[in-house]
Design a protein around this ligand. Structure first.
Ligand code: AMP
Ligand code: GLY
Length: 429
């Protein structure tokens, strides 16, 4: 089987690793990949956003299945282009991907389908937005409606901070068209949880819930990032909570997407806020999360390839067995470059020592110098290190210890991944 994997992050390296575990004879091609992916797959220099180029490649190379990692190609209509050519691809159409690419659209779906979420209003004029923010009080959340690479959300602690964020988005157009419309949203208290569902558009199977660490620094301080680490399983995701998430989030949203003529197939990611009053949706993404994927795939015992292939081929997931998971724990630490998330420095030499047992390194922004063979940083999130163990403490220990041993100038990483779960497990014993 010939598989094309689109993307170049730690998420894609983890997906590639898992697909090859599922079928070692797989012929895997990545566009464009990274230095880690180049060790396990053929890499081709086609950009993820070059939808036409990717469709032409898949046609020419007779690719059997295409898997899309990042949201940008989905927003660019890669699935629509492959469908026109009758090629199998895993992911939502451009219209369905709007659940991530337009936060306003996501809110309207949730309102129509009565899905629990924060109250929000949408605005194109700064004066109206400021008035709405003042009416909500603080903290208040200001969000660009469009795709802003994880940077378009400000949790404002004061009305001055809210006004600054609104002016930055609507008057200074800091996020361009992505911020020409913004949401002013009620702040939700609670603990975050990421739940992925693989869906054929009607039926769905949830994956092992994970928790991301969005802030740059230990103690959940510093700026928001794409994600500095993750762990799974998460003990707040009890079977009864997961039943609520299925019945009150995934089922009504998938049904409403169908009703609106844009059925969602592929992977639907629900970012939740969990509090005593139950789970509420923070956001949806239309693809696997990064770094949650690097934490959960090493625990997945069922075949990811079979599931993805079934959905891409248009098969029904009705009656499908739940996914089998190892009873172990996994923790992922992201190593970021100097200056991340603002002004990233690239080109630093990277040394990755030999892997201890039950530790996995997934590359993200790495390249290999064609002359010296040296590994170098090439972007913000450089590598992720997943530790697996019988307890959350063992998983975190394996991940953190190896994150310490990997070296490059300017390396930034959190040493407190899984702190909430560690506290809970300490309390339980
Ligand atoms: P998003 O890009 O929508 O996931 O937002 C990025 C991060 O901002 C989330 O992971 C939360 O930590 C925080 N956030 C977004 N919306 C809210 C909200 N309504 N209440 C509290 N925190 C929020
Ligand atoms: N981990 C957050 C995301 O993938 O968007």
């Amino acid at each position: 089987m010939k598989v094309l994997l689109v993307g170049n992050g730690g998420r894609e390296h983890a997906i590639a690793w898992k697909l090859l575990q599922d079928d070692p004879s797989l012929e895997l091609i990545c566009a464009p990949g990274n230095a880690g992916l180049a060790e396990i797959a053929e890499c081709i220099p086609v950009k993820p956003t070059d939808v036409r180029g990717l469709a032409a490649f898949a046609h020419r190379a007779d690719v059997d299945l295409t898997v899309v990692g990042p949201e940008a190609p989905l927003a660019g209509g890669i699935v629509d282009a492959f469908h026109e050519d009758k090629k199998a691809i895993f992911g939502p159409t451009r219209a369905a991907a709007e659940i991530e690419t337009s936060k306003r659209f996501a809110k309207s779906i949730m309102e129509t389908a009565a899905v629990p979420t924060a109250h929000a209003t949408h605005h194109r004029r700064a004066d109206d937005a400021i008035a709405a923010a003042n009416a909500l009080g603080t903290p208040v959340v200001i969000k660009a409606s469009g795709l802003a690479a994880g940077k378009g959300v400000v949790v404002a602690q004061s009305s001055e901070e809210a006004e600054r964020a609104i002016n930055l988005m609507l008057r200074d157009r800091a996020f361009g068209d992505a911020g020409e419309e913004i949401l002013v949203e009620e702040f939700m208290e609670g603990e975050e949880l990421s739940v992925f569902a693989i869906t054929d558009g009607t039926n769905f199977i949830t994956m092992l819930p994970a928790q991301d660490h969005k802030r740059l620094l230990d103690g959940d301080l510093g700026p928001n990032t794409g994600g500095m680490g993750a762990y799974a399983p998460v003990s707040i995701a009890t079977p009864s909570l997961m039943n609520i998430v299925s019945a009150h989030v995934f089922e009504p949203v998938l049904a409403e997407m169908h009703r609106q003529g844009r059925p969602f197939t592929g992977l639907l990611y629900a970012g939740l806020m969990v509090s005593e009053s139950g789970p509420r949706v923070v956001e949806f993404n239309c693809r696997f999360g990064d770094p949650e994927t690097q934490a959960i795939l090493p625990l997945m015992q069922s075949s990811l390839l079979d599931l993805i292939n079934a959905v891409a081929e248009g098969a029904s997931l009705a009656g499908m067995e739940p996914i089998q998971w190892s009873t172990d724990h996994a923790a992922t630490t992201v190593l970021a470059a100097h200056g991340y998330p603002d002004s990233v420095r690239t080109g630093d030499g990277v040394r990755v020592p030999a892997l201890p047992n039950r530790v996995y390194v997934f590359h993200a922004a790495t390249t290999r110098d064609s002359e010296s063979g040296e590994l170098r940083t090439s972007g913000g999130r450089v590598l992720s290190v997943t530790g697996v163990g019988e307890t959350i403490a063992a998983a975190v220990e394996g991940s953190t210890a190896h994150a310490e041993r990997i070296s490059f100038d300017g390396k930034q990483f959190r040493r407190d991944i899984g702190w909430r779960e560690l506290e809970r497990s300490a309390r339980a014993t």
